[in-house]
Design a binder for this molecule. Sequence first.
Ligand code: NAD
Length: 486
Amino acid sequence: MPIKTPITVAYGDGIGPEIMTATLKILIAANAQIDPEVIEVGEKIYLEGNTTGIPQSAWESLKRTKVLLKGPITTPQGGGYKSLNVTLRKTLGLFANVRPCVAYYPYVPTLHPKMDLVIIRENEEGTYTGIEHRQTEEVYQCLKIVTRPGCERIVHYAFEYARKFNRKKVTCLTKDNIMKMTDGLFHQVFNEIAAQYPEIQHEHYIIDIGTALVAARPERFEVIVTSNLYGDILSDVAAQVAGSVGLAGSANVGNHMAMFEAIHGSAPDIAGKQIANPSGLLNGAIQMLIHINQPETATIIENAWLKTLEDGIHTADIYSAENSKQKVTTDEFADAVIARLGEKPTYFKPVEYKQDVRSKIECYGEIKKSHSKKELVGVDIFIENTKFTPNELGEKISKLSDSMQLIVITSRGLKIWPDSMIDAPDTNQCSCRFQSSPDIKHLKTISHQDIIHLLQEFEKIGLDVIKTENLYTFDGTVGFTLAQGQ
Ligand code: NAD
């Protein structure tokens, strides 16, 4: 008897139970060696008063199986409980979101019948750390946090994925012309890691033109790696361009756990009607089978599914008079796939996933052994200035420190002192940059005490300090962007 792999299964909300039942029925009929443990997560658990939406018993199951096949979950928008998906991704360390965007023309209409690209999105960092503050009546801030190990893990994952699935090119998308340090790091790490994969082509585009190219010529891309927010937006653009939002599955993968699902939501409008298309979740389950090293079963199911599509057996969402032969319910669609297990498609290219000892892709960000010399050389003090004009402010604060000089005052990144053309900035939040020397090549070390002293002087003249950001050099290289005009 082959050993069955335990997997955790969450049926989810809305259409979740119908599409999960259909998906599991196909998996079992294809003789997938899985042993499902069912957990309850989502709306019902929230309504019982558990604000995470995940009971302790579910975490225990996940710890045991390390694999989750999940139906869609209903999440309220703009308020209410936090997204269970974000909680799962972060808690389980699922750093890579893998979304294949494939055209199934002519059964699903698209302008790009040859499109077949995979988007690999960083899943834990960037603006999704959710660190936001209101600083003044008018000013709100969201912090974007990017780490070198985080960039290394995701870029490495993209190249390993390309190697495993025989893709020839990896494209990196960033906005490093504007965010020179955070996106600059992502791009730099991409170049470093690309050099370790000489057999795979690599290229980089700025995210805006890159997204335009995905919309206009998606066939030219194979694997795209990008950061969290860009990847979130781009993967919906790409799925829409492929015409297959309802058919796509996605994987959220970490080194120790993985979660597989459809990309669509819980579709409350059609829940309980037996008309939902189970294909998105089935495609997620196919990725799961590859992950748990059952590639033959994944191959059999995907080929049967493609054959069902091209035989014109369609659920209502993709049914059309020209391309369909039979409109079926969720269950009937599952039965049609089961009836074709062992068959291959003739219009679509059959797939073949090979047995591969490295079925799980593990990627770790390098832990640097040697540390660069970090020196404190100045401070940006953010204030709400309701008292002074920029010139008065510059005059008042320029003599407050013995160890640092006031270099520049900026508002929303625009210089307002010295020598500014701006009489009155649009908002009264501004940043006062103090450095140990005006020349960034001759910065000297200062102490935290110097900064504390300066803050006390700010307080004496009644300035509201919102926050401070220390300025460091690392082996003499400045660790901050230069202000406008600096
Ligand atoms: P949705 O994807 O649920 O539905 C959008 C439209 O597509 C609806 O008309 C729906 O009927 C249709 N549709 C979706 N899946 C279908 C399927 N398999 N077969 C046929 N038609 C399908 O998006 P929404 O309405 O914006 O979101 C509903 C809920 O789902 C929200 O609470 C949202 O937060 C949640 N959601 C969850 C996930 C997830 O769990 N991963 C993802 C997206 C949205």
